[in-house]
Design a protein around this ligand. Structure first.
Ligand code: SAM
Length: 243
């Protein structure tokens, strides 16, 4: 008996139109959808009148549920993995099932689509040719600053996810540790109240103020300026004669 396929399906991060035709086809063809948030996924499926069995697969049952999902794949079932929003496995559950499927020689097929980090980067106006995705910073300031100190010399553009409850504190720590670099806050991407706040970290701190602002936040910060200008001037010198 041939095994099934595990599809990694990207879903919208707000605007329900942000889903590929291939993703909709696969979601309507698979035997089972493993969803981080079955309620959110049901909204998406209802919107596109797709009826499929759902099973929950999230941070707290990932470990125990992986074995069962692999057994279903081995029995020939095709499974789509979706997260609450965006690309599964990117600061979201899914790594375990992907690794387990690969270990069992089960085909893993990604269906690319929305990712908040890439959407924010693409509209940031900051250098995009090289970037480092840092995901969520530690929630406590001490650990957050330590992590920021470790990456302060990173010359690639930095991308962070942040919660509405910590956005101001995180920007303040970035300003303190990284210096007043250019940065962009992307809030509520693809949604009704989508907003980009451009400036330097001190300008962003000012604009964000101190009261809780609702929404989802992705922060893009320019890489270490000293190192970056060295790279640019070296590169310019290297390329100058031929251009
Ligand atoms: N897997 C998702 C992806 O591909 O973007 C990311 C999941 S992670 C648990 C959720 C975080 O992504 C949010 O806390 C926020 O930092 C960022 N994010 C998700 N949706 C967003 C949006 N519409 N606008 C800005 N940031 C968003």
């Amino acid at each position: 008996m041939s095994t099934g396929t595990l599809y990694i399906v990207s879903t919208p991060i707000g605007n329900l139109e942000d889903i590929t035709m291939r993703a909709l086809r696969i979601l309507s063809e698979v035997d089972l959808i493993a969803a981080e948030d079955t309620r959110k996924t049901s909204i998406l499926l209802n919107h596109y009148t797709i009826k499929k069995p759902l099973t929950s697969y999230f941070e707290h049952n990932e470990q125990v549920k992986t074995g069962w999902l692999v057994s279903q794949l081995k029995e020939g079932k095709n499974i789509a993995l979706v997260s609450e929003a965006g690309t599964p496995t990117i600061s979201d559950p899914g790594f375990r099932i992907v690794a387990a499927a690969i270990a069992e020689s089960i085909p893993v097929v990604p269906l690319p689509g929305v990712c908040a980090a890439i959407a924010a980067l693409s509209a940031s106006g900051l250098a995009v040719h090289r970037f480092a995705f840092e995901g969520f910073l530690p929630p406590k300031s001490g650990k957050r600053k330590n992590l920021l100190k470790k990456i302060a010399g990173e010359e690639r553009t930095l991308i962070f996810y942040e919660s509405p409850y910590r956005i101001q504190a995180a920007i303040a720590d970035m300003l303190e540790v990284l210096g007043d670099r250019r940065a962009v806050v992307a809030r509520e991407l693809t949604k009704l109240h989508e907003e980009f706040i451009y400036g330097t970290l001190s300008v962003l701190a000012d604009k964000l103020g101190s009261s809780v602002i609702k929404g989802e936040f992705t922060v893009v910060v320019e890489g270490c300026p000293a190192k970056r200008s060295m790279t640019i001037s070296n590169g310019a010198a290297r390329h100058a004669p031929g251009r």
